[in-house]
Design a protein around this ligand. Structure first.
Ligand SMILES: Cc1ncc(COP(=O)(O)O)c(C=O)c1O
Length: 466
């Protein structure tokens, strides 16, 4: 309740332009709400010791930027590898990687060079014309995916973000259903089934597939035809996926939903049921795909009976340059014609040139093997943590979740004030999605900081309960 009140107050303060003294008060409040020890100068990265420029910058944000995120009073200026640096030069170990985006770390020299070279060649053309990098990237993605033994991808459509990739995938599924409708099915086969704890994005279609009332409710009514089935519940599938379903969309490993790994039986059942009713199976691999699990695609952790018809990707595709894509099989591609879908920026030469480099480096057996090894190592380190507040560790490669018995949100502030960046996920879970090339030494360092933050968190929880 206190947290909620403080958050609301801080939002209100940030939404209006506030004098510096009010923002100072906000910082104290937000620190308290985030579980940060106030005035604790002993901490290496204490909010109270932030560079004075920090508040001026936040001031500017508060005046001109719409507040849709509750942010801590830290302003980052630059990054290198697995580290970020704030305006005062304080170094933070980054276990968030821009929420599973900076797979090759911050300020990667090759990415920087390609951005520079391509920007000096051509940045944008629109999809009225062909460009070189988009064709090369499309070939790499399709041929690389086929060679990896994943699903039989045939064509690609480039977008600019994850939600936009899902939006396109849902449109393709509706189009396929429309042109293949059997007599009596016309106009009825438009249902989409997604799952509890799913996160597919914030635009209207993707949001309609994201059954979190916090995200959906302010925008009701949403797109008609969406149903939400229980995740990993094989028995419930027949009831939800019917002849009126055109698509089932699922994350093989749910990220925002709490690092929930789909079972083989569940994905197999979805594939079988989609084939029975003539629906398309869409895998949203925006967070869990592209090397994050130690395989090129997350669904390669499952048998060949669990392949999708459509796969969406985004986050790490261009290591932080906004870029997404929808990869489809022939069966889908042949039903989509000129004019069915479009985008001004999608497939621009700049993003595609970067993504070519990123994809080539991630789709490398040595790199992927190292992700698996680092993930296994990280998992063991998390399993060795001893705290009565910890419930379980869930992971697949380098997407890891640590579930607590209580809401672990304050731990984010406690870790940050010790120099470690982490994020929450649903269901009392702390999520770890660091750069895929993070070193073992940095995993060790982060886990040490985490230990100290957990001790502080335990003290806080016990005090609250006392
Ligand atoms: C699984 C999944 N799908 C879709 C999205 C939406 O992607 P974006 O924020 O790029 O629109 C996200 C973002 O967190 C995601 O994790």
């Amino acid at each position: 309740m206190l947290r909620h009140t403080l958050f609301k107050t801080s939002r209100a303060l940030l939404a209006q332009q506030q004098p510096r003294s009010t923002l100072m008060a906000f910082r104290a409040m937000s620190a308290k709400a985030a579980g940060a020890p106030l005035n604790d100068h002993a901490l290496s990265h204490a909010d109270v010791d932030a560079d004075p420029k920090t508040l001026d910058i936040i001031d500017k944000h508060a005046k001109y930027t719409l507040t849709t995120y509750g942010r801590p009073a830290v302003v980052f200026k630059h990054g290198k590898g697995s580290y970020l640096y704030d305006v005062g030069g304080r170094e933070y170990l980054d276990f968030t990687a821009g929420i599973a985006v900076n797979a090759l770390g911050h300020s990667d020299p090759q990415v920087a060079q390609i951005l520079f070279d391509q920007a000096n060649t051509v940045v944008h053309l629109s999809n009225l014309y062909y460009n070189l990098p988009a064709g090369e990237l499309a070939e790499q993605l399709i041929e690389g995916t086929r060679a990896s033994g994943a699903f039989p991808a045939s064509k690609i459509f480039f977008s600019n973000s994850g939600t936009e990739a899902n939006e396109g995938a849902l449109k393709f599924a509706r189009k396929v259903a429309k042109v293949t409708a059997k007599p009596g099915e016309e106009g009825k086969k438009f249902g989409v089934v997604s799952f509890t704890n799913a996160f597919h994005g914030r635009t209207m279609g993707a949001l309609s597939a994201t059954p979190n009332p916090k995200y959906q409710k302010p925008f009701w009514p949403l797109v008609p035809g969406f149903a939400h089935a229980p995740f990993n519940n094989v028995e419930a599938v027949d009831q939800y996926v019917t002849n009126e379903t055109c698509a089932v969309i699922v994350e093989p490993i749910q990220g925002e939903g709490g690092i929930n790994v789909a079972t083989e039986a569940f994905l197999k059942k979805l594939r079988t049921r989609c084939d029975e009713v003539g629906a398309l199976l869409i895998y949203d691999e925006i967070q869990c795909g592209l090397g994050r699990t130690g395989k090129l695609w997350a669904h390669q952790n499952y048998s060949a009976e669990c392949v999708p018809d459509i796969l969406t990707m985004a986050k790490p595709l261009a290591n932080g340059f906004p870029m997404g894509a929808i990869m489809i099989t022939d069966n889908v591609a042949e039903k989509i014609v000129i004019g069915d879908h479009g985008t001004t920026f999608g497939g621009n030469p700049l993003g595609c040139a970067v993504a070519s480099n990123v994809f080539r480096r991630i789709n490398n057996p040595e790199f992927l093997d190292n992700v698996s090894k680092s993930g296994a190592y990280f998992r063991k380190e998390l399993e060795s943590l001893s705290s009565s507040l910890i419930k379980e560790v869930r992971s697949k490669g380098m997407i890891l979740g640590l579930e607590f018995n209580v809401d672990p949100a304050p731990l984010v502030g406690l870790a940050r004030e010790r120099g470690l960046l982490i994020i929450t996920a649903a269901n009392n879970t702390i999520r770890f999605v660091p750069p895929l090339n993070i070193s073992k030494a940095d995993i060790d360092k982060g886990v040490e900081i985490l230990k100290s933050a957990i001790v502080a968190f335990e003290g806080k929880v016990l005090n609250v309960e006392a």
